[in-house]
Design a protein around this ligand. Structure first.
Ligand code: GLY
Length: 349
């Protein structure tokens, strides 16, 4: 087992147990617990939840990003109030990124903050969303518009969950893994050398701790995204724009497409290593299984205007790959960004 700790700014630490038996660890949670999950995860693991926390109430949201909203958040808060949870109690969030984000936010809001344990069951949530304390719901058509930073007390990462994931879910996690590879040369080399094992469960289980190490290091240095943590948004401005405009693929698939497009933006707008960016694009394309049929680039670009990373209304803020292990921040006027998306879509299709 590998463990990582992320210190809180106000004392204490978030402990990430990587390679643990999640249900054994959940059973060690002190105080009363409530389990928050989704209907798919409850169908698979309901018996194990009941065995390790026999007295805990369980609240399951409908699975799916479209339910990452205020209705689900307030339904959960109602269930927490009905269960009479108190300050010293803990919300155990068992599921993928959606359950983790909504549950993390509810644990921050209820009584101004109760304990939170994240138990990520998807590849994406294991390598990214369960680590680092970002919580949110989508609101008014903008992804993650309403949320807070709240570090969970523990993150329990168990490779056994990956065995039940469909290939599509693996591809979704690969989006964030390729993003981390764009930030870390060693992981980039590992992925390139093992291209044919990218969908292999044992290979992925082996690289999950490396991904967590990369993310934990960034979050420790910049927990509230004042500077360095912006690197974790690499490819995401365009990914979120595609996701909001189209919505047919998974978040990670849009991240892979976002990396492909933003590497092309880097080639045109910053000093960079074009040969390396070509290799990164090949990796992203390989993980994606080819270029997906995409919606209108012009329409997608308009969604990027709403991105909360923009500091000026008329400019689009991007974190783009630049060289092996190096990223760059780029701001493009909206009209330039829109024209570039149209050009790149024509060239990549
Ligand atoms: N997923 C990006 C971050 O946690 O900052």
């Amino acid at each position: 087992m590998r463990t990582f700790s992320i210190p809180y700014t106000d004392g204490g630490e978030s402990r990430i147990l990587c390679g643990c038996n999640a249900f054994e660890e959940i059973a060690k949670t002190s105080g009363r617990c409530m389990v928050f999950t989704d209907t798919n995860v409850r169908a698979l693991y309901g018996d194990k939840i009941a065995a390790c926390l026999p007295d805990a109430p369980v609240f399951a949201m409908q699975a799916g990003e479209e339910h990452k909203n205020e209705s689900t958040l307030f339904a959960l808060l109602s269930a927490m109030a009905a269960a009479q949870l108190h300050r010293g109690d803990t919300l155990v969030c068992l599921g993928g990124g959606v359950a983790g984000d909504v549950g993390g936010l509810a644990s921050a809001l209820y009584m101004r903050g109760i304990g939170c344990v994240q138990v990520p069951t998807t590849l994406l949530s294991q390598v990214d969303s369960s680590v680092g304390g970002k919580t949110a719901i989508d609101f008014h058509g903008v992804k993650n518009l309403v949320g807070v930073f709240k570090q969970p007390e523990r993150v329990l990462v168990d490779g056994a969950f990956l065995k039940t994931l469909p290939a599509r879910e693996i591809r979704c996690g690969l989006g964030e893994i390729v993003k981390h590879a764009a930030l870390d040369g060693a992981l980039f080399d590992t992925l390139l050398a093992n291209r044919n094992s990218l969908f292999d469960c044992d290979f992925l289980t082996a690289v999950v701790p490396d991904n967590i190490a990369i993310k934990a290091d960034v979050v420790q240095k910049d927990p509230k995204e004042r500077g360095l943590r912006k690197c974790l948004n690499l490819g995401h401005t365009t990914a979120h724009a595609f996701e909001l405009c189209d919505g047919k693929l998974s978040h990670g698939e849009y991240v892979l497409a976002g990396i492909l497009f933003e590497a092309e933006l880097a080639k045109a707008h910053i000093a960079c290593d074009k040969a390396y960016l070509g290799e990164l694009q090949d990796l992203a394309r390989f993980a994606l299984g080819g270029m997906p049929a995409m919606i209108s680039a012009r329409e997608a670009a308009s969604y990027a205007k709403l991105d909360k990373k923009n500091t000026q209304a008329a400019k689009i803020a991007l974190t783009v790959p630049a060289e092996r292990g190096k990223f760059a921040l780029l701001e493009l006027p909206y009209e330039v960004y829109c024209g570039e998306l149209i050009r790149i879509q024509e060239e990549l299709s």
